[in-house]
Design a protein around this ligand. Structure first.
Ligand SMILES: Cc1ncc(COP(=O)(O)O)c(C=O)c1O
Length: 428
């Protein structure tokens, strides 16, 4: 074992900003669904970097790109036209969205959503309200999460994310999720765009109903509003299709006007993207609203990032990871129903986005919460981590499983074994 002058915990305490409530786990190495810490302790990684490592750790196809692409070209300016960026944009249009449109590349989901906000603002100017005033109101849903920059935080439908950062950007309305009447009531002449996470991840794994999705899409069409899907967490195969909204709606009818991706697109390498549909926007096409000088990102869509993302999409398709995600996800839901885990009052999700709803009343009586005054989801995720299963809290009362898309039934069986034991122990 290597010897160090300072423990990892001390390094974080002294030198790393405390923006995250971090668990005392010090990952060192990973392979597939497995992860090991500095001392060789093994974990089954069902957090996957919060829905990032879709191909698992150390996937040979990604390592090959890292070995070869930087030797050719690591980065070049967006003033030029490296082929890979164009090819990835074509894949996103043709294979993922399956509609004509164009892409802009970023480094994260937050930045991708910022691009969509700017697009909506331009569209509101190009296609104003009947009175001639620019439309400036962007609608999103309670419980949603879209990022932590000033713009994406203003879209986010969670008060706790926005608190203390005012004055916030204006022009955002948050309406109840899966409630079409409230949606209709919330519309005004100034409404210009809708941001929708078809499976809310950070908000606790809430899946949009197909009826809600179809109704919102129809109203956006009628009122010439832009329909944006935030696929940062639920996209790129996690739900069982390269497009989360197709999984939820069960059809190919709905075509969005804008999509944002990140996380699973790079599978561990930072890349985000937005796509906008080739559709009219006043005198021009929506694709032309962000013209030269209107938007940019120095690192966005670098040759390395694009090569990685191309390989990620190829592997998801050729290795049948879409059907694996939907079949394994269904098997998790069935198994959870069969096992009736202690302290879990319900399980929901789609594909490999699974939320275990904790029975907080019962947990509050258990020693782990009473002694330490902790949030239920955090206490359970902590105990699971200690027992070798990495998961993610969502809100105060949900534990998320977001395993890599390469996970298999054996991994799931092991995860259930650990979870059942840990919850039984907590109940004692
Ligand atoms: C749905 C959704 N949108 C946006 C973001 C922000 O992405 P990033 O952390 O890459 O900026 C997240 C992150 O959790 C997310 O889940």
């Amino acid at each position: 074992m290597e010897s160090h002058d300072i423990t990892v915990g001390e390094l974080y305490d002294q030198f790393v900003a405390p923006t995250y409530g971090r668990f005392p786990i010090h990952p060192k190495r990973g392979k597939g669904v497995d992860l090991w810490d500095e001392n060789g302790k093994h974990y089954l990684d069902f957090a996957a970097g919060v829905a990032v490592n879709s191909l698992g750790h150390a996937h040979p196809a990604l390592i090959e790109v890292f070995e070869n692409q930087p030797a050719d070209l690591l980065h070049c300016s967006n003033l030029y036209q490296p082929r890979g960026q164009g090819e990835l944009a074509r894949m996103l249009s043709r294979q993922v969205v399956k509609a004509p449109g164009k892409c802009f590349f970023t480094n994260s989901g937050t930045e991708a959503n910022e691009g969509l906000i700017k697009l909506a603002r331009r569209f509101g100017e190009a296609v104003p309200s009947p009175s001639g005033k620019p439309r400036r109101e962007i609608i999103s849903f309670l419980g949603s999460f879209h990022g932590r920059s000033t713009g994406s935080m203003a879209v986010t439908g969670q008060e706790k994310v926005r608190t203390g950062f005012g004055p916030l950007m204006e022009g955002f309305v948050h309406l109840p999720f899966n409630d079409i009447e409230a949606f209709e009531r919330g519309l005004t002449d100034g409404s210009v765009a809708v941001f929708l996470e078809v499976v809310q991840g950070e908000g606790g794994i809430h899946v949009a109903t197909p009826e809600f999705l179809r109704a919102v899409a129809a109203i956006c069409r009628e009122r010439d509003m832009l329909l944006f899907f935030d696929e940062v967490q639920c996209g790129m195969g996690r739900c069982g299709d390269l497009a989360g909204w197709r999984c939820v709606s069960g059809s190919t009818e709905i075509v969005p006007d804008g999509v944002s991706w990140a996380k699973g697109l790079g599978a561990g390498f930072p890349i985000g993207a937005i796509w906008f549909r080739d559709r009219p926007a006043g005198e021009r096409s929506l694709c032309e609203l962000l013209g030269p000088g209107s938007h940019g990102a120095t690192y966005g869509g670098s040759p390395l990032a694009c090569e990685i993302a191309k390989v990620v999409i190829e592997r998801i398709v050729t290795d049948n990871l879409l059907s694996n995600a939907s079949e394994l996800g269904q098997s998790i839901l069935n198994e959870a129903e069969r096992r009736q885990l202690p302290m879990v009052s319900g399980v929901r999700g789609l594909g490999l986005m699974i939320g275990f709803q904790l029975d907080v009343d019962r947990l509050e009586k258990s020693a782990v919460l009473k002694d330490e005054g902790r949030v239920a989801s955090v206490a359970v995720v902590d105990a699971l981590g200690e027992a070798g299963l990495l998961t993610v809290p969502a809100g105060g009362d949900v534990v998320r499983w977001l395993p890599p898309l390469v996970a298999c039934q054996e991994d799931v069986d092991k995860a259930f074994g650990i979870m059942e034991k840990v919850l039984n122990d907590l109940m004692k």
